[in-house]
Structure formats: C-alpha cells, structure tokens
Design a protein around this ligand. Structure first.
Ligand code: NAD
Ligand code: DAU
Length: 344
C-alpha cells in the first residue's frame, strides 16, 4: 500500500465552505502542520464563510470564490496543487425533486471540468471524488458492496451517479489518479438546517413541528462528520487509484427514532413529531459494507448517541449561526415554503 505524505502538499478542496468540506479543512489543518489548502467555492445558498471563521487567518489557508464549471479558473489552480478533494455539489434531494437543473450542471458537468483539468496535470498525485451511498439506490436487505451496480432514485442521486461513473471512466481511459468515496448520511456541526438532523434539532428548539415524511420508517445509516473526515484523509493518503470505497457507520435507524431521541435530548415532547406526505421516490433504506475502508485502516470511532448529543449541544450553543440561515435567508424560506406547503 502506497502511503502519501500530505504534509508537504497543497490540496485543492472544492466546496470547502459547505458542511463536510468546512469540517474537512479544519480537520486537515489540525492534523497536518505543513499542509496548504486552497478552498474553491462558489458560495451558493449552502456555502457559508461563517463555517470557517476560525481558520480564515491561517497562513496555510486560501479562499477562492469561484465556480467549478469555470474552466479557465480551474485550469489556473491545478498547477499550484498536488492533491484534490472534490466536495462541491448541489446536495439536497428535495431541491433536486423541485428542480434538477443545477444538479446536472454542477454535480455532473462541474465534475467533468475538474476531471479534464486533472488530465492536463500529471503532477497531481491524488483526486478524491466525494460520491455518495445514494448511487446504489434503496437497499431492501443486506449491504451494498463497491462493485454492485448503481441504481439511483432521485435526480440528485442520478447526478452523483453520473459523476461517479465519469470519475471511473477517466481513470480507466486516461489512467488518472481518481479515488471514489461513497459515504452514508453525515451529521454534525455546520450542517445546513434543511437536512434532516439539523432541521429536526432547530425546529424543536424553535418549538415548531418536526416533519417526518411518510410513516417516518425510512432508514439511514448516520455517520458523524469527524469519522467521515478521517476516512477522507485516509483515502488521500492510502486510497488506490481507480478504486471506490464505501464509508458507513453501522448506525441504521428509522427517521422517527432519530427525531424521538433528539426530542429526548432537548427535553421536548415527542408529540412535536408530525407525519407529513412522503418525499417522491423516497428510498426506504441505505446500507453499505465498508470492509474495503477497514482494510485501508479506517473504522468509525464515534458512538451514535454521543455524537448526536454533541451535535444537539452544538446547535443549542450556536443558535446565531443557524438563525442567520433560517430567519434571514430568503433562499431557505422560499425552499421551505415550497417543499412543505402541501405537506403541513
Ligand atoms: P453542502 O451542500 O453543505 O455544501 C456544498 C458546497 O459546494 C457549498 O459550499 C457550495 O457553495 C459549494 N458549491 C456548490 N456548487 C458549486 C459550484 N458550482 N462551484 C463551486 N462550489 C460549489 O454539501 P455537503 O453535505 O457538505 O456535501 C459535500 C459533498 O459530499 C457533496 O458532494 C455530497 O454529494 C457528498 N455527500 C454528502 C453527504 C451528506 O450526508 N451530507 C453524504 C454523502 C456524500
Ligand atoms: O446518503 C447520503 C446522502 O444523505 C447525501 O448524499 C445527501 O447529500 C444528503 O442530503 C443525504 O440525503 P438524504 O435524502 O438521506 O438526507 P435528508 O437529510 O434530506 O433526509 C434524511 C431522511 O429524513 C430521509 O429519509 C428523508 C427524511 N426527512 C428529511 C427531511 C428534510 C424527513 O422525514 N423530513 C424532512 O423534513
């Protein structure tokens, strides 16, 4: 197994102002004293420089506002870096159901622009492509392995599957050092409050109802973002070119149980939970086998209940962060109203 040293490298992180990207940049700078990071982020509604206030003065960190679809900008950045971790994407399934256009353009075409730049940059040693467990579609029983076929259900998942297979094709065709990661549902600090766990936590803190799609019985495998960051960093050091790696947590729970535990942690009654009409094409369960990541040297370390508690406490302590998004962001409100208007 080849071991790459990240300490002497400049790493291009795309989408670093989002949820996992900002946690990953903080993790990387903490773990590697001599690493340098260039964060390329368009600052869409989901990008937020408040997520990185504590690192913005770090001389190892540079922010570039821009679009991954901007071919010239991307081409200009590649000669400066030796590694890439690509997070930038449209990420919310409900938004992709309302309007899929930006998902195709960013997740597929934007990834294509980055792969093309990689083609012209033989000095780049690794490119970690962040895919998702959703590319496999719903898993009725057992666990998906990396060689199982992709069968995405939502326009978001289909766009991610397109980029995932394009990454594979660019490795097979041009021998590029692309490594694909397929993580399960992440949660933790700085997650945009349209996603399930932060939506439930912040709605409960506001005394609002907690909307559960369908019967609340859909199952997700909850991965704490710190464990996710460790997996990504390990893939950057040891991941083999052309390989895909599942990243799961073994924390499979029905949504209604997660919402219930959040109510308990906040001392709120579970009667805040409200069943609302289901998401279109709602995948029943996601479940992946992460044996390949274990062979690389990774396993999730965080216990779900402890991580959920830490997350709930973080949202309690950082109300100004999420209130700024929920109260003042026209985008959040417009989406929220459109998504929930027929459900409430
Ligand atoms: P997020 O929505 O919080 O952040 C996405 C970031 O990408 C934002 O900062 C946004 O401004 C930026 N961005 C969007 N379009 C861009 C463009 N055209 N050019 C440059 N920047 C752009 O997303 P997240 O939840 O942190 O997810 C990060 C990645 O991980 C995504 O690729 C997502 O598909 C994948 N993923 C997420 C999860 C999860 O549970 N959150 C699980 C598996 C995989
Ligand atoms: O599995 C990885 C994926 O996880 C990532 O690739 C996506 O970027 C990320 O958004 C997430 O997708 P999900 O659709 O699983 O996450 P979301 O937080 O939207 O929903 C989690 C579950 O909660 C899902 O079963 C739908 C349900 N849900 C969600 C919302 C927003 C509700 O019941 N009510 C809600 O209001």
């Amino acid at each position: 197994m080849t071991e790459r040293n990240l300490d002497d490298k400049t790493i291009l992180v795309t989408g670093g102002a989002g949820f996992i990207g900002s946690n990953f940049i903080r993790f990387l700078l903490r773990r590697h004293q001599a690493v340098r990071v260039i964060n390329l982020d368009k600052l869409t509604y989901a990008g937020n420089l408040d997520n990185l206030r504590d690192v913005e003065g770090d001389s190892r960190y540079e922010f570039v506002q821009g679009d991954i679809r901007d071919r010239e900008l991307v081409r200009a950045l590649f000669p400066r870096v030796q590694g890439v971790v690509h997070f930038a994407a449209e990420t919310h399934v409900d938004r992709s159901i309302i309007d899929a256009g930006e998902f195709v353009l960013t997740d597929v075409y934007g990834s294509f622009i980055l792969f093309e730049a990689l083609k012209g940059a033989p000095h780049v040693e690794f490119f970690i492509h962040i895919s998702t467990d959703e590319v496999y579609g719903s898993c009725d029983e057992g666990f998906f392995r990396e060689n199982d076929p992709v069968a995405p259900s939502s326009p978001y998942a289909a766009s991610k599957a397109g980029a995932d297979r394009l990454a594979h094709a660019y490795h097979v065709t041009y021998g590029l050092p692309l490594v694909i990661l397929r993580p399960s549902n992440n949660f933790g600090p700085y997650q945009y409050p349209e996603k399930f766990i932060p939506l439930i936590v912040t709605n409960a803190l506001e005394g609002k109802t907690l909307p559960l799609y369908g019967q609340g019985t859909n199952v997700r495998d909850w991965l704490y973002v710190e464990d996710s960051c460790r997996a990504i960093e390990l893939a950057a050091r040891r991941g083999a070119a052309g390989e895909a790696y599942n990243v799961g947590a073994g924390n499979e729970l029905p949504n209604i149980e997660v919402a219930g535990r959040i109510c308990d942690l906040l001392g709120k009654g579970r009667d805040l939970i409200k069943l609302v009409p289901d998401r279109l094409g709602h995948d029943r369960r996601y479940a992946v086998d992460w044996g390949k990541m274990r062979e690389l040297g990774w396993a999730p370390e965080t216990k779900f209940d402890e991580a959920l508690k830490a997350t709930v406490r973080w949202y309690e302590a950082n109300a100004e962060w999420w209130r700024a998004i929920k109260d003042r962001s026209r985008d959040f409100k417009a989406f929220y109203e459109q998504n929930y208007k027929d459900r409430q």
